[in-house]
Design a protein around this ligand. Structure first.
Ligand SMILES: [Ca+2]
Length: 100
């Protein structure tokens, strides 16, 4: 029942994407620490990343930790998804990508 908000590559280094599923509360609202682990508790998603040429601005959400398993959802720049039955409560890691 939590929202994954990917805001900026600076806040979500790909190699830390697993734990930063936790961090997805928008950095502009609440800067990092006490976000807990939202693995398999994701129910809405938002890509607030910054776009630009050659910028990895899509967000791929993975079922497994450390970018393993199925991609449950892929968000284009600016895309927000309020609910998706196939992805609900499945996401365990995510990363930035140049495309879906
Ligand atoms: Ca999962």
């Amino acid at each position: 029942m939590r929202q994954l908000v990917a805001a900026s590559a600076a806040f979500v280094p790909p190699l830390l994407a697993g734990c930063l599923l936790a961090g997805c509360a928008a950095p502009e609202r609440r800067p990092a620490p006490d976000m807990g682990d939202m693995s398999n508790e994701d129910s809405s998603w938002a890509n607030h990343g910054i776009s630009g040429p050659d910028v990895p601005d899509h967000v791929k959400v993975y079922d497994g930790r450390e970018l393993q398993g199925d991609v449950t959802l892929c968000l284009a720049p600016g895309q927000e998804v309020g609910y998706d039955s196939g992805a609900n409560d499945r996401g365990s890691s995510h990363t930035w990508s140049v495309s879906c």
